[in-house]
Design a protein around this ligand. Structure first.
Ligand code: NAD
Length: 302
């Protein structure tokens, strides 16, 4: 185990990020609780598979985590066999790229500071496609300026590294964006549905919105009405995009943040209810979140 970089959580995103680090010449120690996801790395001369997180933590000075949720991130950092209790290097650097609660990030930052280590929250946008292409955007909280070693490591997996400020601000930025994304998609799906029901041509309506003040990413990149945009998930039965279940997870985190900050978020609350009931009753949880259009327009009943 002679690499200085450790990587924990090699799922849909993490595996692509590791592949890019390897392409850029880095050697890594990796760990995932599901050993089968690591099988493609077994013969790599650049990658060592650790048996446990503690093993990985003992031998690396820069550790990146890319995990599903609050519980897994908290556990991997704070369990008795976790990163904080087992890191033997001085002034180690931890970077969590998962999307989790900003307050949780601040707690891990505090625990890291107490041991003279650095912790950065660095959630990403760009999805699996961006992870594979190495074009992710990292939103980084943890210090006013991002140290050069952290920035250059992140730039091996992405195209942009944006400094957000104190610990937790990277996560807060990510949640703000995804809360807005969730709400605009519902608004767009309702808008397209109403126009089409009146008799407007779907393509004409989309092109008017895309060149008018209603324009948004959901409309011009992730159009929810099938067969308007060839590259949109809606055109391939809502497969291969940003899963509704993941959006629901992020919107729940955003609403928790709204409560903690005493912020009014009526639209996002309603949007989350709409996604939740569509995921439960119309099984769109594993489909791209633009499948909310299917539910709103009752396509399945026609
Ligand atoms: P995933 O479920 O595909 O991968 C998570 C990996 O972590 C799995 O391989 C799992 O086995 C492993 N894991 C779980 N608990 C573990 C533990 N305790 N120790 C070690 N490994 C553990 O998820 P993903 O799609 O790669 O997403 C990862 C994070 O990135 C999430 O927080 C998600 O919200 C965020 N994110 C995902 C996307 C996307 O499009 N998939 C986009 C932006 C952000």
């Amino acid at each position: 185990l002679n690499a200085h970089i450790g990587f924990v959580g090699l799922g849909n995103m993490g595996m692509k990020m590791v592949q890019n680090l390897v392409k850029k010449g880095e050697s890594l120690v990796v760990f995932d609780t599901q050993p089968e996801v690591l099988s493609s790395l077994k013969n790599s001369s650049k990658v060592t598979i650790a048996e446990t997180v503690s093993d990985l933590a003992k031998h690396t000075s820069h550790i990146i985590t890319m995990l599903p949720n609050n519980d897994s991130v908290w556990g991997v950092y704070t369990n008795p066999d976790g990163i904080l209790k087992n890191c033997t290097k001085e002034n180690a650097t931890f970077i969590d790229c998962s999307t989790v609660d900003p307050i949780l990030a601040q707690k891990i930052w505090q625990l890291s500071q107490e041991k003279n280590h650095s912790f950065f929250d660095a959630p990403v946008s760009g999805g699996v496609v961006g992870a594979e292409a190495g074009t992710l955007t990292f939103m980084v909280g943890g210090s006013e300026t991002i140290p050069k070693d952290v920035e250059s490591l992140l730039l091996k997996m992405g195209a942009r590294v944006i400094s957000c400020g104190k610990s937790g601000t990277g996560q807060a930025a990510k949640l703000c964006n995804n809360m807005l994304l969730g709400a605009t998609m519902v608004a767009l799906a309702e808008t397209m549905n109403m126009g089409i029901k009146f008799g407007l041509d779907a393509k004409v309506l989309a092109s008017i919105i895309n060149s008018s003040s209603g324009r948004c990413w959901s409309s011009d990149v992730n159009q929810p009405v099938p067969n308007i945009l060839e590259t949109a998930p809606s055109t391939r039965n809502y497969q291969g995009g940003f899963k509704t279940n993941l959006l629901i997870k992020d919107m729940k985190l955003a609403l928790a943040l709204a409560e903690k900050t005493g912020s009014s978020v009526t639209l996002a609350k309603r949007a989350l209810e709409i996604y939740n009931s569509a995921a439960n009753e119309q099984q769109i949880g594993e489909l791209d979140f633009s499948a909310i259009y299917k539910v709103i327009s009752n396509l399945e009943n026609e």
